[in-house]
Design a protein around this ligand. Structure first.
Ligand code: SF4
Length: 491
């Protein structure tokens, strides 16, 4: 484990994210005077870096080289300016130490397009946005172009939504056929949890009924059923779930109704008929890769042929808005493997393609795999991102949403591409936080978005959250508490 010592418990998230972006193989821990460290060996480990915050300056020592930054307007900078100046100093120091420039510069948040979008809404032109991203955050020219293009498109797509009096609905089904090696979502193998599905759906039904009452009078714009893999449920269970969902909420205003049928091994003609019958407009059939060896390695337990068959089955069932997800940087995959996956998807011609950079999460089995095989076996690069981007362009798609996660391979991004008109509005909403999202089911997070106008006419947005417990058994047992959390937030 690599240790960074700091004399202040400040900016720990930013330090961790940025240092990890420069040194992805490090298992990093930041020790401050407030850290409680029981492990003596950890306390005695020689730090790889030391941070010393003073009154008007901060010193970062790396490899015995001390770099010091002094605030010229000491004492007069706002907390925000102070933090931004620190992030710039940290980035420039690490850039000098490593000789590496990161594509997204010192941006560590998950929504880089939000900066461009907010500046656009405040009246900035594209040159001003580009200059800000370049000079204040060291973002590469290519990412600046991508960020601005997406923000422009998002703004146009979201213009049809009801920000103030509308909302979107998320339903989480936390069951999957098996657990993928990289999974960090609430997901339980359906085989082992079969006996609790009925209880889960009953608890969900109660949560739907109670919260629908709380949202009465508001316009439901989009609905997304995710998880997990919702199509892990049987056709009968799906039919009952969708039937009660539609009789509980007013679907008269819904502009988009998505169901993730993520895993090819969960899709059947009967389930697709149920989804069509209940008016689902958009569906995801996610290969992640079209290389069999990788599918086996990541534990998806289905074949490439099953993905192809599931796609054709979905098309035949009448779906004209099919998304496919792929992941770049999967264990052992080369750029040739990515190119072969993209080629295979070109033949299928989905309406949208979501390109993820592999993210290594704490809970995922992938961490252990990397421990044994090394981080270099999971690498995503600008070059492979470009292969996917060119593939999307060849399918007539344009990028329409983007987000980042912690510990992403290559410190890159996830990008959603689609052909004109076939975007996933919900995907943008969850990132841009423009509208309240009512989220039901285990592990879901409800966000209340309030738009405020101050007396001087300035506008601001307040975002408040409440979470449901992640464990299925806990969710079932504590459903009344989950409902009350929402009542406290939403009414
Ligand atoms: S399909 Fe998705 S939710 Fe299910 S185990 Fe795999 S990564 Fe997790």
């Amino acid at each position: 484990m690599q240790i960074i010592k700091s004399n202040r418990a400040q900016f720990e998230y930013e330090i961790h994210a940025l240092v990890k972006a420069f040194y992805p193989a490090w298992d990093l821990k930041i020790l401050t005077p407030e850290s409680s460290v029981k492990d003596r060996r950890l306390r005695e480990t020689e730090p790889v870096m030391e941070l010393e915050f003073g009154e008007n300056e901060v010193t970062l020592t790396v490899n015995a080289d001390a770099h010091t930054y002094t605030w010229c307007s000491a004492g007069a900078v706002s907390p925000r300016e102070y933090k931004e100046a620190f992030q710039r100093f940290l980035y420039e120091t690490l850039q000098e130490e490593t000789g590496i420039s990161l594509p997204w510069g010192n941006l560590t948040g998950i929504r880089p397009t939000k900066i461009a979008m907010t500046m656009m809404e405040e009246g900035a032109d594209e040159q001003e946005i580009a200059a800000f991203l370049r000079e204040k955050h060291f973002v590469s020219e290519e990412k600046i172009r991508l960020g601005i293009e997406i923000a422009r498109r998002e703004k146009e797509i979201l213009s049809v939504l009801h920000y103030e009096d509308g909302y979107s609905l998320y339903i989480g089904i936390p069951f999957c056929p098996t657990t993928c090696l990289y999974c960090s979502f609430p997901s339980y193998p359906i085989g082992a949890w079969k006996d609790r599905v009925a209880d889960y759906l009953a608890a969900l039904q109660k949560e739907m009924e109670e919260t629908a009452r709380m949202m009465r009078g508001r316009i439901l714009d989009t609905v997304y059923i995710g998880g997990g893999t919702p199509t892990s449920l049987s056709a009968g269970e799906l039919d009952r779930l969708l039937g009660s969902l539609k009789s509980t909420f007013d679907f008269g205003t819904v502009q988009e109704f998505t169901v993730e049928a993520g895993r090819a091994d969960s899709i059947t003609e009967e389930k697709l008929r149920v989804l069509r019958c209940h008016g689902v407009t958009r569906i995801s059939v996610n290969p992640q890769t079209m290389k069999q060896e990788t599918l086996d390695l990541i534990g998806r337990r289905h074949t490439v042929q099953q993905v192809v068959d599931a796609f054709h089955m979905t098309r035949k069932a009448g779906f004209d808005n099919i998304n496919m997800d792929i992941i770049l940087g999967l264990p052992g995959e080369t750029k040739e493997d990515v190119a072969a996956t993209v080629e295979a998807l070109l033949v299928l011609a989905p309406e949208s393609l979501t390109v993820h950079s592999l993210a290594v999460k704490k809970a995922a089995g992938l961490r252990q795999w990397i421990g044994r095989n090394g981080i270099d076996a999971c690498s995503n690069t600008e070059e492979t991102m470009q292969i996917a981007a060119l593939g999307a362009a060849a399918m007539g798609m344009k990028p329409y949403y983007l987000y980042r996660q912690k510990n992403m391979s290559g410190n890159l991004e996830n990008v959603g591409y689609c052909v004109p008109g076939k975007y996933g509005i919900y995907n943008i909403l969850i990132m841009e936080e423009k509208q309240t999202i009512l989220a039901l089911g285990a592990g879901s997070i409800t966000k209340r978005v309030s738009h405020r106008t101050a007396e001087d006419g300035s506008e601001s947005v307040l975002i408040e959250r409440c979470e449901n417990v992640k464990e299925v058994a806990q969710y079932i047992e504590r459903i009344d508490e989950m409902i009350e959390r929402k009542r406290a937030l939403l009414t």
